[in-house]
Ligand binder design. Structure first.
Ligand SMILES: [Zn+2]
Length: 325
């Protein structure tokens, strides 16, 4: 294993003397399509385009799980189906699913109609004003490969017509402002559905990525992206722990050192990035929003399909570490 910061070394030394045993509850099941139905569905709109937000909540007895899973990229179905399966098995936990479909196929982006054009935004970039603006003016073409690889049915981002609206080049243009206000309202309404009400609760984002072919690739993400001098996410990262024998595509991002400590005590084979306490730049990602608001946040990233078993372990580990109470 390698350490990429002195602070990470310090954390590890402390953890060697405070290692705790926790009960492992690895449950196996056939994965098929989990038969679980939403306990609540909310419809949120961007202009006239509706998006369904499904909540799946399970509770067994008086104790309630402090965990809310959130899946923002609907086409990342590996992780989404795992969470549905696991909360059903455990009869515990809450999942919020943002549905985005075109022609009944799950999508990465939110596609909405504005002035008869199709505009798309990344739902994991709409948690700040600068993020809203960045994703609105982007053409998303660089993400096409990622958009089509994860799920066979994913729509091509060539449908995104953001760049054809010249007003979007100016953040202060009244038309741009109108669209940004609409995106912001959507984001606020979405947050109202999934954000915890108590500060001892935890938000767990679940994502899938594709195999990291190149260190600087735009279309895939791995733990290497968080290493100083190597990747774009390093600026917002305090420390990175990488276990050499583990697939780099499977990793956690945590918003607090305390969350790293819990995961590391449990299993030293996890790759983990610790986000800075004052993460900058703010790109509108949910991780940055939660970091700035001091919300407990864990991101479970795993490679689509082949990372499924590891992602199941990661989800179960988080469940074990934050039991119902
Ligand atoms: Zn994602």
């Amino acid at each position: 294993m390698k350490y990429f910061s002195k602070k990470a070394c310090y954390a590890v030394i402390i953890l060697f003397v405070s290692l705790i045993q926790t009960y492992s509850q690895n449950q196996n099941s056939g994965l098929g399509q989990p038969a679980i139905t939403p306990t609540r569905s909310t419809e949120l709109r961007i202009f006239d385009t509706p998006f369904v937000v499904n909540t799946y909540e399970q509770q067994n007895g008086a104790k309630k799980s402090p965990i809310t899973f959130i899946v923002l990229h609907h086409f990342e179905q590996t992780g989404l189906n795992l969470v549905k399966d696991i909360i059903k098995q455990r009869r515990s936990g809450r999942l919020v699913e943002l549905v985005s479909k075109m022609e009944d196929k799950p999508q990465r982006y939110l596609f909405f109609k504005f002035n008869e054009k199709t505009i798309c935004v990344d739902p994991n970039r709409i948690f700040s004003e600068v993020g809203d603006w960045e994703t609105l003016k982007k053409d998303h073409q660089t993400d096409t490969e990622n958009g089509s690889r994860l799920s066979d049915g994913s729509f091509s981002t060539s449908k995104c017509e953001n760049k054809t609206i010249s007003e979007f080049r100016d953040q202060n243009n009244p038309i741009t402002k109108q669209v940004l206000t609409e995106i912001k309202n959507f984001s606020e309404n979405l947050k109202a559905v999934f954000l915890p009400r108590r500060n001892d609760e935890i938000v767990v984002a679940v994502h899938n990525n594709t195999n990291t072919a190149a260190l600087w690739s735009d279309t895939s993400i791995s733990i290497k992206e968080f290493v100083q001098g190597r990747g774009g996410d390093a600026k917002q990262t305090e420390a990175v722990y990488i276990f050499n024998e583990q697939d780099l595509d499977n990793f956690f991002i945590v918003s607090k050192r305390r969350l790293f400590d819990k995961l590391f005590q449990r299993d030293r084979t996890f790759n983990i990035a610790i986000q800075k306490q004052d993460p900058k730049p703010d790109d509108g990602a949910l991780s940055i929003f939660c970091g700035l608001k001091k919300i407990n946040y864990i991101n479970i990233e795993a490679q689509h399909d082949v990372g499924k078993d590891r992602q199941r372990e990661m989800i179960n580990t988080v469940f074990d570490l934050f039991p119902p109470r």
